[in-house]
Design a protein. Sequence first.
Length: 121
Amino acid sequence: MSVDDKSRRPDSPTEKRQRRILSPEKKYQIFLESQRGETPVGEILRREGLYSSDLTRIQRKIKEGALESLAKRPGPNKKTVSQEEYDALKQDLQEKERVMAEMAVELAVLRKKTNGGSWER
């Protein structure tokens, strides 16, 4: 067993391996290499210190990402706003609606005054 193998494998069955975090680029590289078929999958998994379930998870994620990307419609993306911006805009709209209602009452009062204030005219 080489020095490199000892660093990847636990010394005893109860000792757990340290979790490796692979970059998205590395995961994609492993996926492509496994799909090419030039190298046995078992060899790739041993070299990278992965289990077959890890490779299955990577393959599933890549498929989901590809399907999601292909499902997008062409054209500009819909813009989303944060909850804080939404709440601020909603409050602003309510304030403007309140002011418009007050102005409508004021306009009605002014019209009555300009017409003499009497319906009998």
